[in-house]
Design a protein. Structure first.
Length: 149
């Protein structure tokens, strides 16, 4: 029997991103659903409209038409306007399981949106770092919808 010791870090991803939005929690949650759904943008801000069925067991997928597309995940839990949790491979086409959580809370006149993306899988070399950057772009687009006064 051969045993190869590899650090667990090579197989995991754990990202937490906190974003302050100058809007009500209801408006922030609605904007988040739009940014993860029909307003989703991909690399270089290319339109990549997604379908997000915002209900328990709902699908999150990219519809390419003619029954073609990519299933990114399933809504595991939703509590409007405080929580959206999705599990699945997300945009990764390799052996991986992900849990994506958006938790929102009121802080004064603002909403604080906390994203946590945890994943376990066989990440190809150089894939993990770019993966973490896209979530920040989504958060920034939600923020831009509600400029500070």
């Amino acid at each position: 029997m051969v045993s190869i010791a590899t650090p667990l870090d090579n197989y995991t991803l754990d990202l937490t991103l906190e974003t302050r939005v100058h809007a009500s929690i209801e408006d922030t949650f609605a904007a988040l659903l739009e940014e993860l759904g029909p307003q989703m943008l991909g690399m270089a801000d290319a339109p990549m409209p997604m379908v997000l069925e915002a209900r328990p067991g709902g699908r999150w997928y990219r519809d390419l038409g003619n029954e073609n597309g990519h299933c990114w995940g399933t809504v595991q839990a939703i509590r409007v306007p405080n929580l959206l949790e999705i599990s699945g491979p997300l945009m990764m086409s390799f052996a991986v399981a992900s849990n994506l959580q958006y938790r929102l809370r009121v802080d004064g006149n603002d909403t604080v949106m906390v994203l946590r993306h945890s994943a376990l899988g066989l990440f190809p070399e150089g894939f993990r770092d770019p993966l973490t950057q896209g979530w920040g772009e989504i958060a920034t687009r939600v923020q831009r919808r509600f400029p500070a006064n």
